[in-house]
Write a protein that binds this ligand. Structure first.
Ligand code: 5GP
Ligand code: MG
Length: 186
């Protein structure tokens, strides 16, 4: 499976340690007696990160899984990302933590946070495993970030290329794929 991995950027042990640190930061941010925590996770790239992270946050929580399609169809490039499931009941009056695999241009996070806000949450924060340094506009912020990485196309630990490599345990750079070329595969 890994014959096309050019180099490993983050090894599974390193990811594992950082996920534990993130979980501690998150637990410290949300007291046990708060209004209730809802994790809104963006499929499918966040699945492995989500599974590892939530088991290390000792808080009662609800989990909402959403699908965001940046380009819903080939002929509708101008359409923005859309949230396909309605989570109103899990968001209103609660602390919401949006979880995604990677913050790149920030379009996905901006869209999700805007939609979550419309449902009247007590608070909205963002957690991403990876952030491509300097790419998202200043007003699209993540409150919890695993790693800042260079602007390369990465796969593994949930991240795909053409729906492959999600089960690759490390995070690696795929040979012959530029950051832009991978954008069709979300
Ligand atoms: P943004 O909306 O911030 O530009 O992009 C975020 C989404 O693009 C992520 O949720 C992820 O699905 C996808 N993406 C961005 N960069 C990469 C990358 O390097 N590798 C993979 N596999 N997906 C990426
Ligand atoms: Mg994604």
């Amino acid at each position: 499976m890994d014959d096309r991995i050019e180099r490993i950027l983050l090894r599974r042990e390193q990811i594992d340690r950082r996920v534990s640190e993130l979980a501690s930061e998150i637990a410290a941010t949300y007291p046990p007696d708060g209004p209730g925590l809802t994790i809104v996770a963006i499929l499918a790239g966040s699945i492995i990160f989500l599974a590892d992270l939530i088991r290390r946050i000792p808080r009662a929580m609800k989990i909402g899984l959403i699908t965001v399609s940046s380009y819903p169809g080939r002929s509708t490039m101008s359409q923005g990302p859309v949230i396909l499931q309605d989570l109103r009941g899990e968001i209103e009056g609660r602390d919401v933590l949006v979880v995604d695999d990677i913050l790149d241009t920030g379009r996905t996070i901006r869209c999700v946070v805007d939609q979550v806000r419309q449902f009247g949450p007590a608070s909205v924060r963002v957690c991403v495993l990876l952030r491509k340094a300097g790419k998202a506009p200043a007003d699209v912020r993540a409150d919890f970030v695993g790693f800042d990485i260079e602007d390369v196309f990465v796969v593994g630990y949930g991240l795909d290329y053409d729906d492959l490599y999600r089960n690759y345990p490390h995070i690696g750079v795929l040979a012959g794929v530029t950051s832009q070329a991978g954008e069709g595969s979300r």
